[in-house]
Design a protein around this ligand. Structure first.
Ligand SMILES: [Zn+2]
Ligand SMILES: [Zn+2]
Length: 189
């Protein structure tokens, strides 16, 4: 596999997306969630211009489990942080298939390509993780409960005359908090 450098203008880390032990399983062009959020202006702050600025930058975010605020750092161990504390990590881990399901929700939230992901798209990401999922059909089974509770929608797409029906897209509803009654991704687990 050719080595790719993180797309953040000030970051020279190798992007190891796809490597089994890499913590970043979500953002293909960046080394981490930190760099994706900062480079794309999603963290509300200025884009860091130097490695020193990256090192000193504290990226404010809210925990996907309890909603509390926390700081994300560029330091390798903290650059993919989405949960505020060990307690919240434990809460996710203690649900049945919690970590796998949390990863699926994070993918739908952070990389929907502006329209949604197919079961195959999601499977292509999830197969890079340690969790076992049985293809696009397995993904559909995982997602069913969140469609039922109103958090996700499944959008059918017609095929052209010569092709079979295109695979449906899955995505979060715009007002998913209202429709599902959950306030965080953690509450959907
Ligand atoms: Zn980076
Ligand atoms: Zn938390």
């Amino acid at each position: 596999m050719s080595q790719k450098i993180c797309s953040h203008p000030a970051c020279n880390r190798v992007n190891r997306f796809g490597w089994r032990h890499c913590r970043n399983k979500v953002h293909r062009d960046y080394c981490s969630l930190f760099c994706q959020q900062n480079a794309e202006g999603l963290d509300g702050g200025p884009v860091a211009q130097t490695e020193d600025e990256l090192r000193n930058y504290r990226q404010r975010d809210t925990c996907l489990c309890c909603g509390a605020g926390f700081d994300r750092e560029w330091t390798e161990n903290w650059s993919n942080k989405r949960l505020c504390s060990q307690e919240c990590s434990n809460q996710v881990a203690h649900r049945k298939n919690g970590k796998r399901n949390f990863q699926a929700l994070v993918l739908l939230k952070e990389v929907d390509f502006g329209q949604g992901l197919t079961g195959q798209d999601l499977f292509d990401y999830l197969k890079l993780t340690v969790y076992s999922v049985k293809g696009a059909a397995g993904v559909a089974t995982i997602l069913r409960r969140w469609i039922r509770c109103g958090a996700l929608e499944k959008v059918s797409r017609p095929g052209s005359r010569s092709t079979a029906k295109a695979a449906p897209l899955y995505r979060f509803r715009d007002n998913w908090e209202e429709t599902s009654g959950a306030t965080t991704l953690g509450e959907l687990l």
